[in-house]
Design a binder for this molecule. Sequence first.
Ligand code: ADP
Length: 314
Amino acid sequence: MELAIEVNELAKTYPGDVQAVKEISFGVEAGEVFGLLGPNGAGKSTTVGMLTTTILPSSGSAQLVGYDVVRQARETRSVSSVVFQEPVVDRSLSGRRNLDVHARLWRVEPAEAKARIDELANTLGLTALLDRPLSTYSGGQQRRLEIARALVSRPRVLFLDEPTVGLDPRIRAELLDVIAGLRDRTSTTILLTTHYLDEAERLCDRLAIIHEGTIVALDSPAALRAELGEKIVELRVCDNAQRTLELLRERGLAGEDAFAVGATITLPLHERGAPETIAAIEGAGVRTTAIATREPTLDDVYLRLTGGQLSAAA
Ligand code: ADP
């Protein structure tokens, strides 16, 4: 089956030898929601820029539904759509007029455009607002109209660049529901970038964790978490965390996937039970200020792979 997005050793070096994206490869199947997760500066926007033909790759190749993003830029644009971080709709016009203008731009037949606009308004919860000027929409409503705008042309691939950045938590939650609904109700392939772990977890079928221009992990959120086992023990230690971790490894209490950041040691349990591990740690004379057992999160996955905390970096 043809992939909706196929990326082969794609790289971008900006002037001044800034290697923003370093030979990344991945494939996204039709209908998938695929996430690029990473902190600011990881290379997410540059990747999206190359896939949406606004940034010329330095090397490597990429195709959208078989069209080469460099050699067939026009065709690539005709099968895809982008929701940018910055609004592109006209605030003086009504929602419907905005969508209509966009449909004409894409040469959608008027009758089809009308049906499409009504259907999208329904999917995105905009029906009651459609004939009001956009200047009366809330931030979340405007963002939903931006998504509707991008979908008017029935793109095979939709790019959402940091779709919820800058929104307050309530509006953000509402928008996540809308995007999750899109996933269930359309066959459009979606590539979204985010630095929010919960967003990636909630929306993505698979995600690539991107760090300094390189993909350091790629799988479903559940499979990524499962690499750390079902439970982890988290210790806040009094002595040097790195040396304490080495001691725990020597004693066979910590595996290679345990890691220390600051004064905290994160210890995936795998086969061993939590109570016996904690007892053995205390028996080894490790001094702690806190011990907790919990399920692994994508943050743990990210921390282990990059040594950096996504939430702190964002
Ligand atoms: P992200 O979207 O993950 O925040 P970007 O793709 O925007 O990351 O940036 C990746 C790296 O490339 C960063 O170090 C950034 O400073 C650099 N960068 C982005 N755009 C340019 C540009 N036009 N010129 C030079 N460096 C750039």
